[in-house]
Design a binder for this molecule. Structure first.
Ligand code: ADP
Ligand code: MG
Length: 257
């Protein structure tokens, strides 16, 4: 993998909570254009890792590099302006705003109060146009003026994705995008992720092995804070350490098909 093809890299990324090491010297290299999945049994450190990458947590040690730049010390709003956008969990969808207002508000919130950025795109027209384009990509345009509370669950998650792509991110970070969904919604969201990933890079924490098998181009498997395997679904699903890590856990199965 050439250096120029790596969009996000971590070097010995480590996080401990009062002496408990939740993420232990993780070295990730996310390739540009990839759909890179972070998987692992419960308690493996996936969410902690995700929160480090999005700067919601400070690393105890190690580095995070985005396009070769050290972003380890930056704030969430700073990395958002560089093109790294995380999808927020469902709780961040505002039920009594319309679908369109949610996307617009999400754009403003992610970028924080960067006057210099907003000076350029702060007109309502520009915001609305971008928001509608994002809704179009996830097939929500006909719901634009509907209150978010009235959307079915799967569509609410699609709204989160729309809010994320409205920022035109170079790197999209998705935290369990299919969590709590029935089969139909899982299929809907899987297809949406595949569609909106064109021309971008996606890094996602995902529990559902069917989703991972379907769309992930690269998988990193975490166990007890450490990466134990990496590669395609074919590769990691045959890995003995991975099979053992998943053995006896009720929460995940490696049979993706
Ligand atoms: P996963 O998302 O893979 O299920 P987490 O990253 O949530 O795992 O957690 C990894 C480990 O770190 C778990 O043992 C969890 O209890 C611990 N942990 C996570 N966050 C904290 C915290 N804020 N304080 C103390 N321990 C934590
Ligand atoms: Mg988690």
């Amino acid at each position: 993998m050439g250096k120029e093809n790596v969009i996000l890299k971590t070097e010995d990324l480590t996080k401990s909570f009062n002496g408990f090491i939740a993420v232990n010297k993780v070295n990730l290299a996310v390739e540009r254009g990839a759909i890179h999945a972070l998987i692992g049994p419960n308690g493996a450190g996936k969410t902690t890792c995700f929160n480090l990458l999005t700067k919601f947590l400070e690393p105890s040690s190690g580095k995070i590099l985005f396009n070769g730049m050290d972003i380890s010390a930056e704030k969430p709003s700073q990395i958002a302006r560089k093109g790294i956008i995380r999808s927020f969990q469902i709780s961040a969808v505002f039920p009594h705003m319309t679908v369109l207002e949610n996307v617009r508000f999400g754009m403003q919130r992610s970028l924080g109060s960067s006057f210099y950025f907003w000076r350029n795109i702060n007109s309502v027209d520009v915001l609305n146009t971008r928001a509608m384009e994002a809704l179009d990509q996830v097939d929500l345009n006909r719901f634009a003026n509907e209150l978010a509370v009235n959307l079915p669950y799967g569509r609410k998650r699609a709204l989160e994705i729309a809010t994320t792509i409205a920022m035109d991110p170079e790197l999209m970070l998705l935290d369990e995008p299919t969590q709590g969904m029935g089969h139909e919604d899982v299929d809907l969201i899987t297809e949406l992720i595949k569609k909106v990933s064109k021309g971008r890079t996606v890094l996602m924490v995902e529990h559902n092995m069917k989703v991972v098998a379907n769309i992930a181009t690269t998988i990193s498997v975490l166990q007890r804070g450490e990466v134990i395997a990496e590669g395609s679904y074919e590769q990691v699903s045959k890995n003995h350490q991975v099979m053992e890590a998943y053995m006896g856990t009720a929460d995940a199965e490696l049979e993706g098909h």
